[in-house]
Write a protein that binds this ligand. Structure first.
Ligand code: F6P
Ligand code: MN
Length: 335
């Protein structure tokens, strides 16, 4: 069978289903191209002089790695001149990046976490880029932060690129979730999995167990029941994994099922959670739902949350549908 490139996939989706207007196609292709550059920079490691910190702290209060800054610059430079965007927001920048006046403006807003899991870079473990595409509200020519504050259901596309043993782009335009693998010889993303489906049941969970003493009762109950294994109420043994790169943990779940949790707990309650709603939770929630999984805060569907701030944090529980529903049920039941 002939290999289907990302461009061909996007064009055929548009022809068959009218899902991807030319500007959105350009946007996705430009993001994919930027991801190839990031992939190349990351793969050079110490030889490229890209490891380590730059000595600055970002808006999230985290030490910036050289590759955080470089990935952010690559994505900005690739996206600002094409005429498809009205503005860009990044986890690494305090405020949205306006499109310079010398370039035409488009109707989309691009939001990204340029390098997710970047604490893993220096130890050579998989990291990734996460992105989300929204429409710029009608009549707005100079988008302000408030124009980005749209619930996740309004995303027109979302995806991530994982830089692991191979570089894989995972994408949804609201018509299922698909995966492309980077053919490094050809320099092109090739479709390697159409309609990804997450098994509804699982026996694998992912959570940072060092936070156990801070967890709320419903999360503690769920994890305790998993740990009790065959002889406990669940009647089966569970396995545990935690990469500490959201892209890598989500990618495993898309590939073989599982549940991922970074719930709100006593340690991060004042911030609203650990992970970011706009840059991490929303795009991943759309990708997961489009693959038949579920994404919840414990109290509501992530995609229904009305964002109140660009850098807002949120509780995240996502993956195999029946497991996510079980955790949500535990949140509804009286303690
Ligand atoms: O971007 C935040 C992040 O690095 C995620 O990729 C990851 O899931 C999480 O933080 C890891 O958190 P912790 O360091 O608490 O394990
Ligand atoms: Mn991140």
């Amino acid at each position: 069978m002939k290999a289907v490139s990302l461009s061909r996939y996007l064009i055929e989706e548009q022809r068959a289903k009218g899902k991807i207007p030319a500007d959105l196609r350009l946007l996705i292709e430009v993001v994919a191209r930027a991801c190839k550059s990031i992939s190349s920079a990351i793969s050079k490691g110490a030889l490229g002089g890209v490891l380590g910190n730059v000595g600055t702290i970002n808006v999230q209060g985290e030490a910036q790695k050289k590759l955080d800054v470089l990935s952010n610059e690559i994505l900005l430079e690739a996206n600002e001149w094409g005429g498809h965007l009205a503005a860009i927001a990044s986890e690494e920048m305090d405020d949205p990046h306006p499109i310079p006046h010398r370039y035409p403006k488009g109707e989309y807003l691009l939001v990204f976490d340029p390098l997710d899991g970047s604490s893993n870079i220096d130890v050579n473990v998989a990291v990734g880029t996460i992105f989300s595409v929204l429409r710029c509200p009608e009549g707005v020519t100079e988008p302000e932060p408030e124009h980005f504050l749209q619930p996740g259901v309004r995303q027109v596309a979302a995806g991530y690129c994982i830089y692991g043993p191979s570089t894989i782009l995972v994408l949804t335009v609201g018509d299922g979730t698909v995966m492309f693998t980077l053919d490094r010889d050809l320099g092109s993303f090739v479709l390697t999995q159409d309609s990804v489906r997450i098994p509804e049941d699982t026996a694998e969970f992912a959570i940072n167990a060092s936070n156990a003493r801070h967890w709320d009762a419903p999360v503690k109950r769920y994890v305790d029941e998993c740990l009790a294994g065959k002889t406990g109420v669940r009647g089966k043994d569970f396995n545990m994994r935690w990469v500490a790169s959201m892209v890598a943990d989500v990618h495993r779940i898309l590939t073989r099922g599982g549940i991922f949790m970074y719930p709100i707990d006593a340690k991060c309650r004042d911030k609203g959670g650990r992970l970011r709603l706009m840059y991490e939770a929303n795009p991943m929630a759309l990708i997961i739902e489009q693959a038949g999984g579920a994404a919840h805060t414990g109290y509501e569907r992530i995609l229904d949350v009305q964002p109140l701030g660009l850098h807002q944090r949120i509780s995240v529980i996502l993956g195999s549908k029946h497991e996510v529903e079980r955790v949500a049920l535990y949140h509804r039941e009286p303690q």
